[in-house]
Design a protein around this ligand. Structure first.
Ligand code: NAD
Length: 494
């Protein structure tokens, strides 16, 4: 019998009202990891009602006290880091080394957000009138709907939930149906840390049946979403119709630029890590490499060698270097893209097929794939593939490489390997992405810097960093007149 997990609503663990469930499967071997409520609009309504009730007291709890719960949760997560990472690897497949990093990001985010409890600075400013005080403060917005992807099943929810909570909002969280167990762990940890009932509510389920009602519910004031562009755009459209705030973190088509004076060994290792880490399923994964024509063959050869040497397997096995793709549907999509690339004239230099030898046959494994002779206009150079596939493009100069980088609908992360400091700064200025790395791959964001993308990757919001509260707070301007007279701004002092 597989374990039966539940929703967490108003401080109680409950099944979906309909009684329906869905199964959570391990992508490395098909193991059934448990059943989860297949929730619908009625469960969402219960959760929003609980969140609205809890918000009345939570917003009045002093922010430093709210933050103490986050400090405690950070310590609890740290104490259980390995168990949490193992659970994440089992349900979404990436190797333990990386799920340990995923959990560490949650710890970092807990402490960072907790620090806001004693900051959350507003602005005081002189009034234009005598005997009058003027200031502005951040205030919570209300109930936040959080909808997340599965590829960072622990870190990404914490990037949204911890800042939302410290600011005095309450939350209804719908985790991805591909990584629901990490949502359960997060709810348990916050409860153990002392979070009052109803402040965080967890509703499992599918996008259309549980996510869409959460977006549409009139009691939800902000939607914070991480996922694909197709879903994010539909959510933004609905939020615009309903006059709701929405913050979107969506896809990427990230590139690593390699100039002829770069350290090619370092660049090749960084490309392999950025392209094939998390089996290429990071929003910041490198899926394009734009190489100066003088070193193109050399860099491609090195990366192909790295790709061929990677050991595939269950992410819990310490020898494994690349885990499975999250499910067979996604594997088929990745494979279809390789076919599209070949049809457009790209050369499948290595990979391009499912890996089925031995125990791999039980999971959704795909060989690390390198496409060469990719041109900027090809679909494989424009569309997010979200798998272990990287395409090599040629550039004639740094200007040419930057221009190719900027010619996609996405703007999350980019990187340049270069020796010349002048060209490094030129690239930092001209690469049109929310994150730019120099002599480092496209992945590896740190929580105390803003995270997010330009253009089609998002709608201008940034998570984490000093911007973490922006999506979850309103500004309130406060004027206190202690003159005892009727004072009219813009009139009496002019
Ligand atoms: P997805 O868009 O399929 O699903 C994301 C979430 O949206 C899931 O919880 C899903 O259940 C929900 N959902 C689906 N349909 C919905 C609907 N109609 N209404 C409301 N919710 C709905 O994405 P995914 O496959 O889980 O994740 C992969 C995508 O996420 C990639 O595009 C990746 O680049 C992106 N991503 C972006 C970032 C970032 O910070 N920019 C981080 C991680 C992942």
């Amino acid at each position: 019998m597989s374990q039966a997990f539940q929703n967490f609503i108003g401080g109680r663990w409950v099944s979906a009202r309909s009684g329906r469930t869905f199964a959570n499967l391990n992508p490395a071997n098909g193991e059934d990891l448990g059943s989860f409520p297949d929730s619908d609009a009625s469960d969402v309504a219960d959760a929003v009602a609980a969140a609205a009730t809890a918000q009345r007291a939570w917003r009045l709890t002093p922010a430093p006290k709210r933050a103490e719960i986050l400090f405690r949760v950070g310590a609890l997560i740290a104490a259980r880091k390995e168990d949490l990472a193992r659970a994440a690897t089992r349900e979404m497949g990436k190797i333990l080394l990386e799920t340990l990093g995923d959990v560490q990001e949650g710890i970092d985010m807990a402490y960072l957000a907790a620090g806001e409890g004693r900051r959350m600075y507003g602005v005081t400013t002189p009034s234009e009138m005598p005997d009058k005080w003027a200031m502005s403060v951040r205030v919570p917005i209300g109930v936040v709907g959080v909808i997340t992807a599965w590829n960072f099943p622990f870190a990404v929810p914490t990037w949204k939930i911890f800042p939302a909570l410290v600011a005095g909002n309450t939350v209804v969280f719908k985790p991805s149906e591909e990584s629901p167990e990490m949502g359960v762990h997060l709810a348990r940890l916050l409860t153990e840390a002392g979070l009052p009932a109803g402040v965080l509510n967890l509703v499992h389920g599918k996008g259309p049946s549980a996510g869409a009602p959460l977006v549409a519910h009139p009691g939800v004031h902000v939607v914070s979403f991480t996922g694909s562009n197709a879903v994010g755009t539909a959510i933004a459209t609905e939020c615009a119709r309903l006059g709701k705030r929405v913050s979107l973190e969506m896809g990427g088509k990230n590139a690593i630029l390699v100039m002829e004076d770069a350290d090619l060994d370092l660049a090749s290792r960084a490309i392999a890590w950025s392209a094939f880490g998390t089996t290429g399923q990071r929003c910041t994964a490198a899926s394009r490499v734009i190489v100066h024509e003088k070193v193109y063959d050399d860099v491609a050869r090195r990366v192909i060698e790295h790709a061929r040497a990677l050991r595939l397997g269950d992410g819990l096995d310490p020898a494994t270097e690349m885990g499975p793709i999250v499910n067979v549907r996604q594997l088929e999509k990745v494979h279809a893209y390789v076919g599209i690339g070949a049809g457009e004239g790209a050369n499948v230099a290595t990979g391009g097929e499912r890996a089925t030898e031995g125990a791999l046959a039980r999971g959704s494994f795909y060989r690390p794939t390198v496409l060469t002779d990719v041109r900027p206009e090809m679909r494989v150079a424009q569309e997010e593939i979200f798998g272990p596939v990287v395409g090599f493009l040629r550039a004639k100069s740094v200007e040419d490489a930057i221009e190719i980088n900027n010619r996609t609908p996405y703007g999350l992360s980019s990187s340049i390997f270069v020796g010349d400091v002048h060209r490094a700064f030129q690239a930092m200025r001209d690469l049109d992405t929310g994150i730019v790395y120099v002599n480092h791959g496209t992945t590896g964001a740190e929580t105390h810097l803003p995270f997010g993308g330009t253009r089609g990757t998002g709608n201008g919001h940034r998570e984490a960093g000093h911007t973490m509260l922006d999506a979850f707070t309103e500004w309130k301007s406060l004027y206190v007149d202690f003159s005892g007279r009727l004072q009219r701004a813009q009139i009496d002092n002019n």
